[in-house]
Design a protein around this ligand. Structure first.
Ligand SMILES: NC(=O)c1ccc[n+]([C@@H]2O[C@H](COP(=O)([O-])OP(=O)(O)OC[C@H]3O[C@@H](n4cnc5c(N)ncnc54)[C@H](OP(=O)(O)O)[C@@H]3O)[C@@H](O)[C@H]2O)c1
Length: 270
């Protein structure tokens, strides 16, 4: 089973903090010694990360705002591919979270909701589309390549107070299944990372950090469990309480989507 251990060059989008930062450093430490490119908007954090963890010279950085206008985003991604032609895996960890109270619809800030949708979903589909020609080309040369999406346990059971966020994560979950099915024949492996509540800077409810910290998985523990799944080459990588939720509500879905794809192809010839 091809896995993260086969990757030569891994780009982690959204690695100035939290899950992305921690997974980027764990990937850097793999015995396979890949190049790791950390990426996000906050240049000072990227500089600090590279300065403090680059004894090997394999840690690189790129600044990127995933909300850049579509053509500018495409051009930034082409620049990354040109600078790192060995790039064979992209992990999409950029994300934001907002709370909306639909019992008081006048308070729902649609500007903010649409920004959340664009950050967590639209930008990811755009970037995947822009990276794919390169990945498919490598795949055709016999090199397995990888798209690592990051959804959430909340894509399975939503938390109503952050309805928009959960919907974006369900969209990523569904997209990940469809892309895994479509791209299998191209040697592009789509792996969905499905975190539970994890220590990070993401959470929006003011003043709850202290209480949340009683429930969340520490970054250290989360990273350890997730890296085990990535190294095994699992097609989806839940952790903590999401393992059970995934088993209960999602087991067999990927296989069913594979089957349906085959049936529809046989019926339509497409
Ligand atoms: N922590 C959890 O409990 C949890 C649970 C399930 C799923 N997740 C998912 O895990 C992923 C990582 O979340 P986290 O908890 O690690 O959050 P975090 O600590 O807040 O980190 C979010 C990352 O996203 C980047 N980002 C946000 N907007 C961006 C933009 N416009 N352009 C480029 N980068 C952007 C941030 O970098 P800059 O601000 O520097 O750009 C930062 O590196 C997210 O997709 C989140 O939905 C988290």
């Amino acid at each position: 089973m091809p896995s993260i251990s086969d990757c030569k060059c891994v780009l982690v989008i959204g690695s100035t903090a939290g899950i992305g930062r921690s997974l980027a450093l764990a990937i850097l430490d793999l015995p396979s010694q890949p190049t790791v490119i950390v990426c996000g908007r906050r240049k000072e954090r990227l500089d600090e990360l590279v300065a403090s963890h680059n004894a090997t010279g394999r840690l690189k950085s790129v600044t990127l705002d995933v909300l850049s206008e579509r053509n500018a985003l495409k051009s930034s991604i082409e620049d990354i591919i040109n600078a790192y032609p060995d790039l064979d895996a992209i992990l999409f960890s950029s994300g934001i979270q907002r709370a909306f109270d639909f019992t008081k619809p006048e308070t729902v800030d649609l500007e903010s909701l649409e920004c959340e949708l664009a950050t967590n979903y639209t930008s990811i589909v755009r970037m995947i589309t822009f990276f794919l020609p390169h990945l498919i080309k490598l795949g055709e040369q016999g090199r397995p390549t990888f798209l690592y999406t990051v959804s959430s346990g909340l894509s399975i059971i939503p938390a109503a107070g952050i309805a928009g966020y959960c919907a974006t994560k369900s969209a990523i979950h569904s997209l990940s299944i469809s892309l895994a099915v479509q791209l299998k024949e191209k040697n592009v492996h789509v792996v969905e990372i499905i975190p539970p509540l994890v220590e990070s800077e993401l959470h929006v409810f003011e003043g709850t950090t202290q209480r949340l910290s009683n429930f969340w998985l520490s970054l250290e523990e989360y990273t350890k469990v997730t890296m085990e799944g990535l190294v095994r080459g699992d097609p989806y990588v839940p952790a903590g309480m999401v393992v059970e939720q995934h088993k209960k509500f999602e087991e067999g879905k990927l296989e069913a989507a594979m089957k349906m794809y085959g049936q529809i192809k046989a019926m339509t010839g497409k």
